[in-house]
Ligand binder design. Sequence first.
Ligand code: 5AD
Ligand code: SF4
Length: 441
Amino acid sequence: MKIYIKTYGCQMNERDSEAVGALFTASGHTLTDNENSADVLLFNTCSVRDAAERKAKGKIGYMKKLKLRRPELIIGVMGCMAQRLGEQLLAELPHLDFVLGTGQIHQAVDAVEKIAAERKRFSNTIEAPEEIDMLGAHGSNSWSAQIAITRGCNRFCSYCIVPYVRGREMSRSLDSIMDEAKMLVDSGVKELLLLGQNVAAYGLNGDIRPPASGYSPFAELLEALNELPGLERIRYTSPYVSYFNDRLIAALAKCSKVCHNIHLPLQSGSDRILKAMNRQYTADSYREKVAQLREAIPDLTFSTDVIVGFPGEEESDFLLTRELMEEVGFEQAFIFKYSPRPGAKSALLANTVSEEEKLRRNNILLDDLERRIGKRIAGLVGSEQEILCEGVSARNSARWTGRTGTNFVVHFEPDTTVKPGDIRKVKVTRAGSVSLFGELI
Ligand code: 5AD
Ligand code: SF4
């Protein structure tokens, strides 16, 4: 059968879709980008904001007309929205054949083959923690690959649906991750992106207390991966700020393959709002951690996630966030308008900030960011940078793009020898608004 998979949401979901796709090809099916000629349509969904759910539901609803034309078409929904709504989705969308929750996506091939044989609709959202290692399959060879090192989340930030839809936090064994990494590097992978809802909690057995001084299983994992011959770069996303202890910071500074870029979700710069969000740090402790990290790794760059319009967020709270963002000088940031998620604690609070006001705060932070990135990037003109070459630029086929370890994108004219995954040096010749231009050295 020809399988079409559409993914919504985060990188973990992208990774899950890749693994599910690989399970289908291993079972003799083929993958397609064309929904009109596919035999099976799979939607791997997200619940993190209402907009993500509405988008997926709209798309799945629209597929009804394909099913009317071709009743044999199989349509399935997987992932976080599938987990959250389960049977309710089957009731709402009569043309849907099956629903697989986040703990069941490794069953996707079986689900499709069963529907093809029996034509019986079903929903399965049972949590299956023992299946944690069953999604190690990868798609076609590339220079870059993602590995899920933890699954689920135990932090229960008050706005967040993830602990409810992805279940309790679990870490894979070091051996299993190393085997997957070796297999990938043997197949030509140069860059690994380690994924988890809180990667720095790796190996802590779900304990929500940040590790004591001198102890960090995540640091041990990075050190083991750093020794893999043939691997050039290690990235990870996302860590929770409180888990960067002395042991982890020392490992980050020492491991030459670990990139000097951290996605460090801030969410808010106001202690009052951080507390209401059940974030276990203050603006000052976040500041302090950034300072410690910068001291150990001077060229470190930071990106972040921020939510505007959390219940009770006053203009004064928002300004604290704005100031802290300016002070840290994030090189990248993702700004989200607060969206109440049924089931998460904050959904019980009155949604006090109007949508217009959320949009205003959102736009102010985006304007700040644009100005800051422009300045930051201009400051890199004339410097030499080491980049990992990614391939032909999406915007101009005469150019290639590459990325620095600090996560700046550099466009350059290729020479005849350059291959995707190569590490090369460039001299930065000019700055665009968000990316750089350079010449190979
Ligand atoms: N509303 C808005 N943004 C949210 N995020 C998580 N839950 C919500 C919500 N209910 C944001 C957080 C998180 C990112 C992945 O999505 O900033 O870091
Ligand atoms: Fe990823 Fe969270 Fe969305 Fe699930 S709800 S897909 S974990 S962002």
